[in-house]
Design a protein around this ligand. Structure first.
Ligand code: UDP
Length: 493
């Protein structure tokens, strides 16, 4: 390893939700595995969720550490230990959590100035880190935990405002896009369709990104080349595709099962034993990510749809504060599924990557969160797209219309986070139909499986020496190293 690369130091600052922390910590670990000295800034309870993996990497000789900061729980009125969106027990806790992160700005800023570093990688929710990086005279790389496709679509809608030429119940198309994409107007995020409290916030984040050194993307060239190109040329941003980062670092069972284990302990063996008793590719995994909570009305339809499909399933369910599980399972579905051993219900947090990578898992119902999509793709699984909020409806289009590795269950309307599943309930018949299509052996299912398995291979190759993501990572490290050498020679002149 050459000594200058050795000295390259990068600080990572993730945001307090699994969908952002998990890929950024994976990313930090990838850099450390390639000779970079890495510091990750996390609050105490969040640090605990990653400590084992980081300790293992450290013992393997990588220079990686977590710098722990104290979350101001008492100041914002949150119970000790509630420091991320995955452990809040009610949506009302999201405000105080965000407030806590606002209070932490000053100590984090001080830390960024004190910890010696050559580059800051910061989540989109910390646009102010650009000023700190500029003050320190070091590059800021923006972290975006989503697809190129969704960022390009967001840009396209902002510039062309296609919704202004369509009725609320009509369709919009994305002008100038590499593929013909049509969506319902109501599937566009509300902050794009109208000016609301998030529009300004999104603008600030975007501007910070545009003025940063570049954007780190958890994607790979072979997956979204046309949109990588659009991002770099039409949108004019500098970007490095270095994904899928999860595949890079979560190679063995301990990595997969210990990853962000918010329930603690090891209750994993039960679901794995259950999967061991099933046939190859026979089980459907159903999950809506780490922060979505569907109402009992929707959960009930899912339960009936899954039962009627006749296919075995694992279903991760997280109830809303006032919904009792009895409301969902009023008709004894849970007992029937358990007796027939056809359904395994996880009430809480699942060891997702471990489940997806199991040979018995054969398909995935996903809310189209980018991490879940990539994890499904890494495991070669065809998907049923069930988008809810954020940029998930764009990701659905990528799955169904561009990559053709998924089918839509048919959600017609975007929701704000916290209201997901309340506007238009997806009926049990639609659930059953989509499950039968993807898990059955028909022509369409075979085609989906073939396409996703090609992408699975491409993802693996992208990370190998000579692969696209590997080459991008090395190019970036070399660029930052040259930048550093140049800077230190200018200073010493
Ligand atoms: N996840 C998990 N177990 C769960 C739910 C989620 O391990 O029960 C992980 C999942 O593997 C993924 C992340 O949490 O890495 C969720 O990110 P995603 O972008 O899919 O969705 P979000 O939670 O941000 O909506």
């Amino acid at each position: 390893m050459d000594s200058e690369t050795d000295k390259l130091k990068i600080v990572f600052l993730p945001y307090v939700t699994g969908g952002h922390m998990i890929p950024m910590v994976d990313e930090a670990r990838v850099f450390a595995q390639h000779g970079v000295d890495v510091t990750i800034i996390l609050t105490k309870a969040n640090a605990a969720l990653f400590q084992k993996s980081i300790d293992r990497d450290f013992s393997a000789g990588h220079r990686i550490r977590i710098h722990v900061i104290q979350f101001p729980s008492a100041q914002v009125g949150l119970p000790e230990g509630i420091e991320n969106l995955n452990t809040i027990t009610s949506i009302d806790m999201a405000g105080p959590l965000t407030q806590g992160m606002v209070f932490l700005r000053e100590p984090i800023e001080q830390l960024l100035r004190d910890v010696p570093s050559d580059c800051i990688v910061a989540d989109m929710f910390f646009p102010w880190t650009l000023d700190v990086a500029n003050d320190l005279g070091i590059p800021r790389l923006a972290f975006r935990g989503t697809s190129y496709f969704s960022l390009c679509a967001e840009h396209c809608v902002r510039i062309h405002e296609p919704h202004k030429y369509s009725s609320e119940s009509g369709f919009v198309s994305l002008p100038g896009f590499p593929h013909k994409i049509e969506m319902l107007t109501l599937q566009l995020p509300e902050w794009s369709r109208m000016t609301n409290r998030f529009t300004g916030m999104m603008d600030v984040m975007r501007e910070a990104e545009e003025n940063s050194y570049g954007v780190l993307m958890n994607s790979f060239h072979e997956l979204e080349d046309a949109y990588e190109e659009y991002f770099k040329t039409t949108m004019g941003l500098k970007a490095w595709s270095i994904g899928p980062v999860s595949l890079w670092v979560n190679r063995d069972v301990s990595d997969k099962s210990g990853r962000y284990n918010i329930t603690g302990g090891d209750g994993h063996h039960e679901v794995i034993n259950w999967l061991n008793s099933k046939g190859k590719n026979s089980v459907l995994y159903v999950s809506f990510g780490g922060i979505a909570k569907l109402p009992a009305t929707q959960l009930k339809e899912i339960a009936h749809g899954l039962e009627a499909s006749g296919h075995p399933f694992i279903w991760v369910i997280r109830k809303k504060q006032n919904d009792e599980y009895q409301q969902v399972f009023t008709e004894g579905i849970e007992e029937r599924m358990s007796e027939s051993k056809r359904g395994f219900i996880i009430k809480g947090w699942a060891p997702q990557v471990l489940i997806l990578d199991h040979p018995s898992t054969g398909g995935l119902v996903t809310h189209c969160g980018w991490n879940s999509i990539l994890e499904g793709l890494n495991a070669g699984l065809p998907m049923i797209a069930w988008p809810l909020f954020a940029e998930q409806f764009y990701n659905e289009k990528l799955l169904t219309d561009v990559l053709r590795i998924g089918v839509a269950v048919g959600v017609k309307e975007w929701s704000n986070w916290g209201q997901e599943g309340t506007t238009a309930v997806v009926k049990r018949e639609e659930v059953e139909k989509a499950v039968r299509l993807v898990m059955g052996g028909g022509k369409e299912a075979t085609e989906l499986r073939k396409k996703v398995s090609e992408l699975q291979d491409a993802a693996k190759k992208a990370l190998e020496i000579g692969g696209s993501s590997h080459a991008n990572l090395m190019a970036l490290i070399n660029e930052l190293r040259s930048w550093k050498i140049q800077k230190s020679s200018t200073v010493t002149k």
